[in-house]
Design a protein around this ligand. Structure first.
Ligand SMILES: Cc1cc2nc3c(=O)[nH]c(=O)nc-3n(C[C@H](O)[C@H](O)[C@H](O)COP(=O)(O)OP(=O)(O)OC[C@H]3O[C@@H](n4cnc5c(N)ncnc54)[C@H](O)[C@@H]3O)c2cc1C
Length: 267
């Protein structure tokens, strides 16, 4: 494999434009599994670890190269909570939010946060410059995105005031080093409550009917919290696979969403 060590975004996207079959590598925690265990052999690998611009994180912009261990200590509570559940310390030191987005697994733990906060994904290419893609136009299927073959992710971009309260939780087959069976983020923003779920559809999804119901309440009662969970469970589109069943995922989605709503209400 040909290896290009990019030192800035221009160099990275130029290397990709020259060889659209090339693949980026950030932490390598997803890509190297494919190389080592699935005999995946990209013609060219473009290393992003030395691209300074994508390592920068501030309130409304998280560079694609920011690692999970930095997100653990970031200002976005639900993203920090998600980061703390990812893999092991070694995985969190190497793995990045850009790699999580690039893999676009339905179980990627950054994805419900991106959806709940209505974030955009900034992408760059040599020939067309930069554009921000709304998250629901970016993730198109299981491990599928709308990114063109000559583009890279440069940042996650937030618009608006962000969330006044936000909570993440996931369920897996054990307590640590576990891929999500269901993940959920509830955020309270200026527009009301927003709820997103992962691993229960081909892409991260919002439970819009549940949002509408809870945002119509003037004062949220216990019964409304239960009803919110019930509607979330009816809106998800899970499958049965080696990690869980459709029935369990549906049930767990409602339970997680209700609990996170309660936490947002009391924070
Ligand atoms: C033991 C183990 C445990 C794990 N646990 C979890 C977990 O709990 N939760 C979870 O969500 N994930 C988990 N993962 C998966 C992985 O660690 C994450 O998805 C991580 O965020 C990937 O980031 P990376 O920088 O290592 O990506 P890489 O492996 O470098 O890249 C992944 C993919 O994204 C592409 N890519 C990378 N950067 C960019 C970019 N800037 N623009 C466009 N494409 C890009 C690459 O070409 C590749 O296709 C685990 C993995 C392992 C091996």
């Amino acid at each position: 494999m040909d290896f290009v060590r990019a030192t800035d975004v221009a160099e990275a996207v130029a290397a990709k434009a020259d060889d659209p079959n090339a693949e980026f590598v950030a932490g390598g925690t997803d890509l190297m599994v494919e190389v080592n265990l699935a005999d995946h052999r990209p013609s060219r690998v473009i290393g992003l670890r030395h691209v300074a611009e994508i390592q920068v994180m501030d309130h409304d912009r998280i560079g694609a190269g920011v690692t999970w261990d930095r997100l653990e200590h970031g200002e976005h509570l639900a993203l920090a909570q998600a980061a703390r559940t990812v893999g092991s310390p070694q995985i969190r030191a190497a793995g990045t939010i850009g790699g999580n987005i690039g893999t676009a697994s339905p179980a990627g733990d950054a994805l419900p946060w991106i959806a709940a906060l209505d974030a955009g994904i900034e992408v760059a290419s040599r020939d067309r410059g930069r554009r921000i893609v709304p998250w629901d136009q970016f993730f198109t299927g299981v491990k599928q995105t709308s990114m063109a073959s000559d583009e890279m992710v440069t940042a996650v971009v937030l618009s608006g005031a962000g969330a006044e309260a936000q909570e993440f939780a996931k369920i897996g087959m054990r307590n640590a080093m576990v891929i999500s069976t269901v993940s959920c983020v509830v955020a309270r923003t200026a527009d009301g409550f927003q709820v997103a779920l992962g691993a229960v559809a081909p892409t991260p999804i919002r439970a819009r009917q549940a949002e509408e119901m809870i945002n119509a309440e003037t004062s949220v009662s216990e019964a409304a919290i239960v009803e919110f969970g019930r509607i979330v469970a009816s809106e998800v589109r899970p499958i049965t696979d080696h990690r869980s069943t459709e029935t369990y995922r549906r049930h767990a989605s409602g339970v997680l969403a209700s609990r996170l709503l309660e936490r947002c209400l009391s924070s």
